[in-house]
Design a protein around this ligand. Structure first.
Ligand code: 5OB
Length: 230
């Protein structure tokens, strides 16, 4: 998979290379390229924003650098059309199911906006080059798309076959089966007068599996009832 990121703060993404995605990159499974939007400006000040038509607070990202960036990053005609993701609080919520859809794509482009947003015509133009998806991380305010893009790239990257060593560790994660994870314990069996649940020391694998499933359902019911069917 190829992942291109366009941002005015490309150094935000340095940390991604230190995560498990580093392994995927080293093995060639994932090619991550981070670009500075200002590389597609041509004025002395490398301007990427301007005042909004109609007035209002804040600045809007100019369309021209985005157009040139998208042209260049989509110019290798071969293969499927890329999926172009704009992190946005006004987008659809990014979920594990979204990560699974994106993990089978050949080419993802993340366009990270700052300021009050990107000129609306950029989204229309991007739709002529690939499949456009506006994606929100959740209902809270961030300063820009960078942190959201990083979260999405990590969620997608770890699902690419060969990235996480043990495929079982993928299926057992919270959200993969629609339930929260069961509680985990390790040694010592008693710590500060707190004992590990007996069933986990019983050696009865059937009983352990049932207990864990009950814990998953109970935790989901109390903490995230929205995840359960009506
Ligand atoms: N808030 N998801 C939640 C987001 C967000 C803000 C963003 C992008 C994605 O940019 C300002």
């Amino acid at each position: 998979m190829r992942v291109d990121v366009v941002s005015i703060f490309p150094s935000y993404f340095d940390g991604l290379e230190l995560s498990l995605l580093g392994k995927a990159r080293a093995s060639g499974i994932l090619e991550l390229r981070v670009h500075d939007l200002r590389d597609w400006t041509s004025d002395r000040h490398r301007t990427v924003d301007d005042t909004p038509y109609g007035g209002g607070a804040g600045m809007v990202m100019k369309p021209e650098p985005w157009g040139l960036a998208l042209d260049e990053l989509t110019s290798d005609a071969g293969g499927d059309a890329p999926t172009i993701i704009f992190p946005s609080p006004a987008g659809e919520v990014f979920r594990q199911a979204t990560a699974r859809q994106l993990a089978v794509r050949e080419h993802l482009i993340f366009g990270c906006g700052r300021y009050e947003g990107i000129d609306e015509r950029v989204f229309e133009y991007a739709a002529t080059l690939g499949e456009v998806r506006l994606m929100s991380l959740g209902d809270y305010v961030l300063n820009g798309g960078e942190v959201a893009a990083m979260a999405m790239i990590e969620a997608v990257g770890r699902l690419i076959p060969g990235v996480v060593g043990n495929p079982e560790s993928l299926v057992e994660e919270s959200h993969e089966d629609g339930l929260l994870e069961y509680p985990s314990y390790t040694k010592p069996s008693t710590w500060r007068e707190r004992a590990v649940p007996d069933v986990l020391l019983s050696g009865n694998h059937g009983a352990i599996a049932s207990w864990r499933r009950e814990q998953q359902i109970e935790r989901t019911r109390t903490r995230r009832p929205d995840l359960l069917p009506e």
